[in-house]
Ligand binder design. Sequence first.
Ligand code: UDP
Length: 248
Amino acid sequence: MNGIPTVPIYGIPVSKLDLKETVSYLVKVVSSRQPHQIITANPIMVMSALESSAYMDIMTSAELVVPDGTGVVWAAERVGNPVKERVAGFDLLHELLRVGESYKWKVYLLGSTPEVIRETARRLQMQYPGIIIAGFRDGYFGPEEDEEVVSAIVSTEPDILFVARGADSQEPWIAKYKSRLAVPIMMGVGGSFDVISGKSRRAPKAFQKLRIEWLYRLLKEPTRYRRMLALPKFALKVLRDKDKVTKP
Ligand code: UDP
């Protein structure tokens, strides 16, 4: 991954940069105009990659994979090759916008419902007046509309594209259109727009400190439990696999 220090977790190169270093790296990426897919990895995504070679290809061909899930941070520590810190997608989004203000970066926001995305665009513009919101649209469209959506994004020549459509579809969607989109920073942001717009809350600080943000989300949305079984499964697998974790 472009000279960045990484730790391999089941063949997925997870960046060891902290938040600040990640942002500095991405500032260089924007000036180079080189398309980058940034994946904010969590145990659910690693387990999906282990179950599907197509998803694994997406994870391994991303230009930057950051340790978003605490489970991923823990796994790196466990194999004796720790990352500096957790780099949460939500924090990275805000930090990029804060730093991007001085560069007048253009940002395209894609995903969530029409109301959520409109409110997200409004709030982000207020919070970061130096940022140019190049465009936005909701994430409820089928593959037959992909062409039109991609063209609309490309025509605004953004520096950053944030996509919030759920990890199952946002990462494959970005990967599929990566070379056409050719945006320097293309990143899936999951439920971030729901939080920014005020539709839902991020876990309270106490949950974040105790590293149990996942528990907060589970309590708020119990239907997530099926997907969340990936967490203990991932932990058990890492414990069992020992030094096999870092082997491809
Ligand atoms: N979403 C979307 N299109 C879809 C499905 C979901 O834009 O077809 C949006 C949804 O409105 C939400 C975001 O994707 O803002 C994340 O959804 P969810 O929390 O279900 O995904 P997760 O982050 O759990 O993968």
